[in-house]
Design a protein around this ligand. Structure first.
Ligand code: NAD
Length: 448
């Protein structure tokens, strides 16, 4: 019989996901706008002051079985995720400000909300960071670790993580730090052995984000990357991730403009409409905008943002529609707007017989309000992956591409950028690990 469902998963070898017992420690690298908005937001939700809007783990449901079964539990009730009440935060930053001070500086959340949360937020004070201005030109860090080699610095981060592990049951590390300069993977990133030698001889190709990542992965701790830095997107770190069963995923939170791109581009492609040009510009006035004003950091961001359209449109399959697409991205630092980013997209499309049309998108968003729930979901899902027998040893968690501008994949695989395919992949992964049938949306059985 034809079925909307495919494949029963509860086979003889099925191994259940371990429960989320005890405390989940979240170590955040970079306690800036995104991180403080996530931490303050989690506390606000815990106190019943606000709803976790934008978070799939907290608000999303998942359909199980046939449409006629009417069974759609909350995701957080279907898979064993850490409860927000069990989440404990700490982190590192190059400035000494505690989370309250840093959140007040970022001006994302209003003063009234922050004052209510102040006693809690003040208790989270950053550990000294691994930092080198060579990798982020616009920042001058004062609260930093010193060491003679990068290995020495990695050992200090390992000691930080181990100390925190004494106080919680599980740990996840997430990079919410500034965007580093554009780095390509070189010989030092090819193998774990080469990378470890590079730590010993201070190879310039190893950025601070990779020192944190190395430290986390060596301890078997999952690592997420909210920025477009190279970080774990290199064979040596993938090797370590697999070796230590420490899940990783792609990079760069998919929040504003790229989020919209990965919704609109699949729609044009679905209807076989051509696109000749896509011009995207932004004004942004927060510290992230200031860092991205440096051409070397912007280059990292640009590379991460450019990829999505190329992969979604598949110009090699549809040369008549997308071969000549001109894609341009600009980010302009404009202090008066602070975290309230404004993005404009002008999209030149063409339809039947080649007749041209235009679509304009003007997204007046709030960068960190969009990013905070993504950071939270990544942390909770990576912790789930670490407790899942079939996921923890595979390294890259491609099912988390949904959240990221630059998904990471197995070598030779092209990344999937279409938001709705990504969501289907994510939900089917959850069904799969819980031994439920996958959903293919075939649905012929309703007409038998
Ligand atoms: N907000 C969004 O929508 C969004 C989307 C995608 C990616 N991102 C990325 O997320 C990151 C954080 O964004 P933000 O708006 O919070 O920026 P931010 O400038 O407010 O915060 C970054 C923090 O990282 C700290 N930092 C820098 N280097 C560090 C290091 N080596 N170790 C420890 N701390 C370090 C800085 O001092 C700062 O407090 C940026 O890289 C940004 O590009 C943000």
């Amino acid at each position: 019989m034809s079925s909307e469902l495919e494949g029963g998963q509860k086979t003889a070898g099925f191994q259940p996901v371990a429960p989320a017992t005890g405390k989940l420690g979240v170590m955040v690298i970079g306690l800036g706008a995104v991180a403080t908005t996530m931490i303050a937001g989690v506390e606000a939700v815990r106190r019943g002051l606000a709803k976790p809007i934008g978070s799939l783990t907290q608000m999303g449901t998942i359909r199980l079985g046939k449409r006629t079964d009417a069974k759609s539990p909350l995701i957080k009730e279907f898979v064993p995720l850490a409860d927000l009440n069990d989440v404990v935060f700490t982190g590192w930053d190059i400035f000494e400000d505690n989370v309250y001070e840093s959140a007040a500086h970022a001006k994302v959340l209003d003063e009234k909300t922050l004052l209510q949360l102040k006693p809690y937020l003040e208790t989270i004070k950053p550990l000294p960071a691994v930092f080198d201005q060579y990798y982020v030109k616009r920042l001058h860090g004062t609260h930093v670790k010193t060491g003679t080699t990068k290995r020495d610095l990695a050992n200090q981060v390992i000691a930080d993580i181990q100390a925190f592990q004494q106080t919680v049951d599980r740990v996840v590390v997430i990079w919410c730090g500034s965007t580093e300069i554009f780095l390509k993977a070189t010989a030092v990133h090819e193998t774990l052995e080469a990378f470890e030698a590079g730590l010993d001889n201070n190879d310039i190709g190893i950025a601070p984000s990779q020192i944190y990542a190395y430290a986390a992965l060596s301890l078997g701790v999952p690592f997420a990357n909210g920025a477009p830095n190279l970080t774990v997107d290199a064979p040596a770190l993938v090797e370590l991730s697999k070796k230590k069963s420490a899940p990783i995923c792609g990079k760069d939170f998919k929040t504003g403009q790229t989020f919209m791109k990965t919704v609109l581009a699949p729609a044009f492609k679905a209807r076989m409409l051509g696109v000749s040009g896509w011009f995207s510009t932004n004004i942004l006035g927060n510290r992230d905008g200031e860092v991205l004003d440096d051409p070397e950091s912007f280059k990292t961001k640009e590379e991460s943002k450019l990829g999505s359209l190329e992969y979604i449109f598949q110009p090699e399959l549809y040369p008549d529609l997308y071969k000549n697409l001109y894609h341009k991205i600009r980010i302009n630092y404009y202090p008066p707007r602070g975290d309230d980013k404004e993005a404009w997209d002008n999209i030149d499309i063409f339809g039947w017989l080649g007749y041209p049309m235009q679509l304009k998108v003007n997204f007046l968003c709030r960068d960190s309000i969009l990013a905070a729930p993504i950071a939270l979901d990544l942390v909770l899902f990576l912790d789930l992956a670490k407790r899942t027998p079939s996921l923890k040893g595979i390294g890259i968690q491609e099912w988390l591409s949904f959240y990221l501008k630059a998904p990471q994949t197995a070598p030779g695989l092209y990344p999937e950028h279409d938001l709705f395919i990504q969501l289907m992949k994510l939900k089917n992964t959850l069904r799969h690990i819980m031994g439920q049938d996958l959903i293919t949306h075939l649905g012929l059985e309703y007409y038998d």
